[in-house]
Design a protein around this ligand. Structure first.
Ligand code: C2E
Ligand code: CA
Ligand code: CA
Ligand code: CA
Length: 278
């Protein structure tokens, strides 16, 4: 039995090594993919459900790997484990978002473009230099660029997170707290961090119609947000019923498959031109 135990132990050891090697390989491939410009960006609208107005769009990364479009669920965790990788992705996304803003402003579309920033990048002292570099190339984009951050950064270092977000705000950027309500100290962060917007996590939105607790959390968040003068966006809105209840609760801006899937920039522009407010 003892021998068998050692065998199992060795097996797990090998599994762990395999796992680490897989992550290592993924990280090296992702670095190459960025260099070869194999990242594909999709944009998903955030829409005011009461007027139909497009408030802005969130940019989401995909990876075109051997002819297959891979979603962030398959690689973003590995990328976030390596500071240089998540920083390079962040810089790439900020630059893409800012030039897209320039392009849209040039065609009369005043949309916020939101970029997801990983915790390690936000906490990197060079983060704000990365922002400044992009803004130097695209000064008009500052007023339309938003960064989306989760609680991860604040959990690690609240003061540095606060400082990084304040530096963004000082440059005219908007800040959204992403996946709101899923963490442990959401309310604390709401009070401590200079944000303009809260994104209700799709897990709550998805259970809104079936779970009184989800409804209570959303209603409570909306009350706090009103008191603090913050916008609220509901993410993962998939049905008309969810949208209607959210509107009744006072949440106007929504993002989700009900309105549009994330699309390439040109397709999103075409969608917006054809979009008729409900
Ligand atoms: P997130 O920031 O919470 O983004 C929302 C996710 O929900 C996106 O998945 C979006 O496609 C999906 N979604 C939108 N509407 C609906 C809906 O109605 N129903 C459902 N079930 N899902 C919906 P995606 O694009 O696969 O991204 C997953 C996560 O990967 C993002 O979650 C974000 O945390 C991360 N991510 C994506 N792009 C980037 C990036 O450029 N940088 C970083 N650091 N993270 C990124
Ligand atoms: Ca997001
Ligand atoms: Ca989210
Ligand atoms: Ca998320």
């Amino acid at each position: 039995a003892k021998d068998a135990g050692r065998g199992v132990h060795r097996l797990f050891e090998r599994d762990r090594e395999d796992h680490l090697q897989r992550i290592d390989l993924l990280q090296r491939e992702f670095l190459q993919a960025m260099a070869r410009d194999e990242l594909v960006l999709h944009y998903q609208p955030k829409v005011d459900m009461s007027t139909g107005e497009i408030w802005g769009v969130e940019v989401l990364v995909r990876w075109l790997r051997q002819g297959e479009l891979r979603m962030p669920a398959g690689f973003i965790e590995a990328v976030e484990q390596r500071a240089p990788l998540i920083r390079q992705l962040g810089r790439h996304m900020l630059e893409a978002a800012a030039s897209q803003i320039d392009h849209w402003l040039g065609t009369g579309r005043r949309w916020y473009v939101s970029v997801n920033i990983g915790a390690q990048h936000l906490l990197d002292p060079a983060f704000i230099e990365d922002v400044d570099e992009v803004l130097a190339r695209h000064p008009a984009a500052a007023a339309w660029l938003q960064i989306e951050v989760t609680e991860q950064a604040a959990l690690r270092d609240l003061e540095s997170t606060r400082r990084a977000l304040a530096a963004c705000r000082a440059r005219g950027l908007a800040v959204a707290l992403d996946d709101y309500g899923t963490g442990h100290a959401s309310l604390t962060y709401l009070q401590e961090l200079p944000a303009n917007q809260i994104k209700l996590d799709q897990r709550f939105v998805g259970r809104l119609l079936v779970e009184p607790r989800a409804l209570a959390i959303i209603a409570g968040t909306l009350t706090s947000a009103r008191l603090l003068d913050l916008d609220v966006v509901a993410e993962g809105v998939e049905s008309v019923e969810q949208g209607e209840l959210l509107l009744q609760l006072g949440c106007q801006v929504a993002q989700g498959y009900l309105i549009s899937h994330p699309l390439p920039a040109d397709a999103l522009t075409a969608w917006a031109d054809a979009w008729l407010p409900p």
